[in-house]
Design a protein around this ligand. Structure first.
Ligand code: HEM
Length: 433
C-alpha cells in the first residue's frame, strides 16, 4: 500500500514558491522544496522533472510539499532505506485525510493499520515474517500453476474482442483471479473484487475531492470485508498449507498484532491486487510501445526477466512511499529529527544517471543491480518475488508465438498527481492463433 503522510491537498491551496536550491545544510528547514509536486510536471513520464533534479549537482535531500524530507538520488535512497531508524509511516499519519473526511472509524484507516506497511518495531519484524516467509524467492514457484491458470483464462476471454483496456480487462482480472485461486474464492467473489480494487487507487491521489474520498472509503470497507471473510472461510474449511503455516506463525507471535490473521492478510494483500496490476501493465506498456523490444522478447523468451526489471525500472508502480524517523537520523550532513516523515522517491532512484547511464533509455541488457523499484533494507517489498513470478508468467504467455497483442489506441496518459504510476488507459486487442 502506498500513501502520503498528510493531506497534500491543503498544501496545494497555498502558493507554491519557486525556491533556489541552496547548498546542503544541517537543518531540514533549510532544504529546498520540490515545488514541482504541485504542478503538471508531477506525473507523465517524469523525464523533464528528473532531468532538472539530477542536473542540480549540489542538491541531495530536499523537502516535499507536505513538509516531509524527500530523497531522490539513488545513493541517498539506498542508504536511507537501509537505516533501521527510518521505519514505516504509522497508519494515523498515513490516513489523516480519511479521518478528516469520514471520521476516526475510517475503513481505509483500519485497512492501513492492519497492513504490514504501517507497522514498526516490535510488531513489524514478526508480522512481516508471517507474510514474507511464504513468499520468499524459493517458495513462490508453488504458486506458478495458479498464475498460469488465471492468465490463460483471461487470454481466452479477451481473445477476439476488438479492444480491451489492458489494465482493467487483463491486469486487474489477473491479480484478482490469481489471489482468488490461492485463497479459494468463488468466481462471484473474484468478479466483485474486480469492481472494488480499481477504485481504491484514488487513495493514492493528491487531489481527491471529498466525494472521491468517501467512495474510496466505501470500496475499502467492502474490500476488507470480502477478502477477510473469504480468508477466514478458507481457514475454517481446510486451508492450503501456506495459509496453515501463516496462521500458526501469526498465533505464536508474542507482539501486539492485528485482531486476526485474516484481517492482516486481507489488508496486506491490497498490493497484491493493486500494485501488482499496475506493475504488469507498466512492464507490458514499456515493451509494446517499443515494438522492436517486444519482438526481441518474442524471439528469446529468456529475456522475459530482463523485461520485467527494465519495465519496472522505467515505470515502477510505486512512484514514492514514505518512511518515518523513529529516532534522530543524520544523513549527508542533514539532521532529520525523530518524528519526521521521509518521502522516498523510488522512481527517481531508478533513473539516477550516476547509476544508470542513459537512464531514460530502455535497455534489456542493463544489469539489475541498483534498482529502487521495491525499496530496500528491512522494509524491502516482501511481495516482490510473487509479483515477479506472476508478471513474468503473464509476459511469457503474452509474447508466446500463438498470441498477437496489438495496440489499438493512445496509451500515453498517466494518472496525474498520484503516488502511483498508473496509466489512464491502455487499449489493446489480443488474438490467440
Ligand atoms: C510490482 C509490484 C510491487 C512494487 C513495485 C512494490 C513496491 C514496494 C515498495 C517501494 C515498498 C516500500 C519498501 C521500503 O520502504 O523500503 C513496498 C513495501 C511493501 N510491499 Fe510491495 N510492491 C509490489 C508488490 C507487492 C505485493 C504483490 C505485495 C503483497 C502481496 C506487497 C506487499 C508489500 C508490503 C507488505 C510492504 C511493506 C514491507 C515492510 O514494511 O516490511 N508488495 N513495496
Amino acid at each position: 500500500m502506498r500513501g502520503l503522510s498528510s493531506d497534500f491537498r491543503t498544501l496545494f491551496e497555498g502558493q507554491a514558491m519557486h525556491e533556489k536550491r541552496p547548498a546542503l545544510s544541517t537543518s531540514i528547514d533549510d532544504l529546498p522544496v520540490l515545488t514541482e509536486m504541485a504542478g503538471d510536471r508531477w506525473g507523465g513520464d517524469f523525464g523533464p522533472l528528473l532531468a532538472d533534479l539530477f542536473a542540480a549537482e549540489d542538491t541531495s535531500l530536499m523537502r516535499a510539499l507536505d513538509g516531509s524530507v524527500l530523497a531522490f538520488r539513488n545513493a541517498d535512497l539506498r542508504a536511507l532505506s537501509a537505516n533501521r531508524d527510518l521505519g514505516n509511516l504509522p497508519a494515523p499519519l498515513l490516513t489523516e485525510a480519511f479521518e478528516a473526511s469520514v471520521g476516526a472509524e475510517s475503513a481505509f484507516k483500519r485497512l492501513a493499520a492492519n497492513h504490514v506497511f504501517t507497522m514498526n518495531p516490535p510488531s513489524h519484524g514478526p508480522m512481516r515474517q508471517v507474510f514474507a516467509r511464504q513468499f520468499m524467492p524459493n517458495k513462490v514457484d508453488r504458486f506458478r500453476p495458479a498464475a498460469i491458470k488465471a492468465t490463460r483464462r483471461i487470454l481466452a476471454a479477451a481473445s477476439g474482442r476488438p479492444e480491451i483496456d489492458f489494465l482493467t480487462d487483463f491486469s486487474f482480472r489477473l491479480t484478482t483471479g490469481f489471489w482468488g485461486e490461492l485463497l479459494g474464492f468463488s468466481q462471484a467473489e473474484v468478479s466483485e473484487l474486480n469492481s472494488l480494487v480499481p477504485h481504491v487507487s484514488q487513495a493514492f491521489s493528491f487531489i481527491r475531492t471529498d466525494e472521491q474520498t468517501r467512495l474510496v472509503e466505501r470500496r475499502a470497507a467492502d474490500y476488507l470485508a470480502l477478502v477477510s471473510t473469504g480468508i477466514q472461510r478458507s481457514l475454517d474449511v481446510g486451508p492450503p498449507d501456506y495459509l496453515v503455516e501463516m496462521a500458526a506463525e501469526f498465533e505464536n507471535a508474542e507482539v501486539e498484532k492485528p485482531d486476526n490473521i485474516a484481517l492482516m492478510l486481507a489488508a496486506t494483500l491490497l498490493d497484491g491486487f493493486h500494485t501488482m496490476a499496475f506493475g504488469l501493465t507498466n512492464v507490458v506498456h514499456a515493451l509494446l510501445t517499443r515494438p522492436e523490444q517486444w519482438r526481441a522478447v518474442q524471439n528469446d523468451p529468456a529475456l522475459v526477466p530482463n523485461a520485467f526489471h527494465e519495465g519496472l525500472r522505467l515505470a515502477p508502480p510505486a512512484v514514492f512511499t514514505q518512511r518515518y524517523a523513529l529516532a534522530d537520523v543524520e544523513h549527508a550532513g542533514v539532521s532529520i529529527p525523530k518524528g519526521t516523515p521521509v518521502t522516498m522517491f523510488w522512481l527517481a532512484g531508478n533513473r539516477d544517471p550516476d547509476v544508470f547511464p542513459d537512464p531514460d533509455a530502455y535497455d534489456l541488457a542493463r544489469p539489475v543491480a541498483g534498482r529502487t523499484t521495491f525499496g530496500g533494507g528491512i522494509h524491502l517489498c516482501p511481495g516482490r518475488s510473487v509479483a515477479k513470478m506472476v508478471i513474468e508468467t503473464a509476459l511469457a504467455e503474452l509474447t508466446s508465438p500463438h498470441i498477437e497483442v496489438t495496440v489499438t489506441g493512445a496509451a500515453d496518459q498517466w494518472v496525474p498527481m498520484s503516488s502511483m504510476h498508473e496509466l489512464e488507459r491502455m487499449p489493446v486487442s489480443i488474438e490467440a492463433r
